[in-house]
Design a protein around this ligand. Structure first.
Ligand code: NDP
Length: 313
């Protein structure tokens, strides 16, 4: 029997409906949540991400505004923009789309965002809140992973969880959330010895390396839950064959577009896993949904309102 497919689009729609309801209530009380997005220059991938975020705000009734300085902006000028947004009462969330151009000191910019408005959850103050289990803003992709597990009734407490990847954006905060959920957590990276052996211990295996289809069947305990965070574009024919040989639908799409998206988990894993998130349509949709959750959460926390259960991740 194949694995249960954990449908990220469906879970994301549920969350978005809940957020839209909350936005309605807050707006009626004169507290419409507001998000400001800063997009420097014209990186095509960043433009797509930002468009998706602004569109989501519109759909859910959240106020949004986009700032698009030229890619020649200096650190000082960008700091001024962030500080201006920090001061504005009607702005609850500030998102600085990464990467920033080379001449800009990214760390300095991210440090300048008011932690109360840091809807990406990257500020060290929020990282500290997460690791000490205090209320704060949690990075969106890791928070989305926990929502997928919870809403699919996959237990976390007492389970062996293995996270492959230790980035500040995905791997580390995911590990922290799983620890806070009482899992027994192992974090792996490029220097881990016997990665397949460590991964085979996992009841919950989170793959966040950015390596196309690297997690093959021999990394996986039968019945395990696989959370595939990776988003990799495959353009090479031989690589495509390694991943999707015999998959007629993918073959047609690959021929038409010359590329296809794959996660860090090889498709063959669906034969041994108990549950698995697809790519696309798994973790990806949750990332924007949780940004919306964070914007509402920031709006409520800034005004001292009670934080709803949905936002407690
Ligand atoms: P990073 O490149 O910052 O981190 C990758 C991590 O994987 C590092 O810790 C690295 O180890 C580890 N790693 C790399 N290769 C191996 C290997 N062969 N064996 C073991 N560990 C390895 O990536 P991100 O965390 O930012 O993103 C990871 C993936 O998730 C990417 O594909 C990205 O596109 C995707 N992503 C998806 C999102 C979504 O919404 N679905 C959101 C954000 C990211 P080391 O530290 O030793 O170098």
């Amino acid at each position: 029997m194949g694995a249960v497919i954990l449908d990220g689009n469906k879970i994301s729609s549920e969350i978005r409906e809940e957020v839209a309801e909350e936005v309605k209530t807050l707006t009626a009380a004169g507290m419409r949540p507001g998000l400001a997005v800063i997009l420097v220059g014209n990186n095509p991938a960043s433009e797509i991400y930002v468009r998706g975020k602004v569109k989501s705000c519109e759909e859910l009734g959240i106020y949004s505004e986009k700032h698009t300085p030229l890619d020649t902006i200096s650190t000082g000028e960008l700091l001024e923009l962030v500080q201006d947004l920090n001061r504005r009462e009607e702005i609850d969330g500030i998102l600085v789309q990464l990467p920033l151009p080379g001449q800009v000191d990214s760390k300095k910019i991210l440090m300048a965002v008011d932690p109360a408005k840091d809807v990406d959850g990257f500020h060290p103050v929020n990282v500290g809140f997460l690791s000490t289990q205090r209320p704060g803003l949690v990075p969106c992709t890791p928070a989305g992973i926990i929502e997928i597990l919870k809403r699919s009734n996959i237990p976390i407490a007492g389970q062996e969880a293995v996270v492959v990847g230790r980035s500040d954006i995905v791997g580390k905060p995911t590990a922290m959330l799983l620890i806070n959920g009482n899992a027994t957590v192992t974090v792996c990276h490029s220097k881990t010895r016997d990665l397949p052996g460590v991964c085979r211990r996992a009841d919950i295996l989170v793959a966040a390396m950015g390596r196309a289809g690297m997690i093959t069947r021999d990394f996986v305990k039968r019945g395990a839950t696989l959370i595939d965070v990776g988003i990799n574009k495959v353009t090479d024919r031989a690589e495509f064959e390694r991943l999707f040989a015999g998959n007629v639908k993918r073959e047609e799409a690959f021929r038409a577009k010359g590329s296809t998206l794959v996660g860090d988990v090889h498709p063959e894993v669906a034969e041994v896993a108990g549950a698995i998130t697809p790519v696309p349509g798994g973790v990806g949709p949750l990332t924007i949904a949780m940004l919306m959750v964070n914007t509402v959460k920031a709006a409520k926390m800034r005004r001292g309102a009670e934080v709803p259960a949905l936002s407690r991740v």
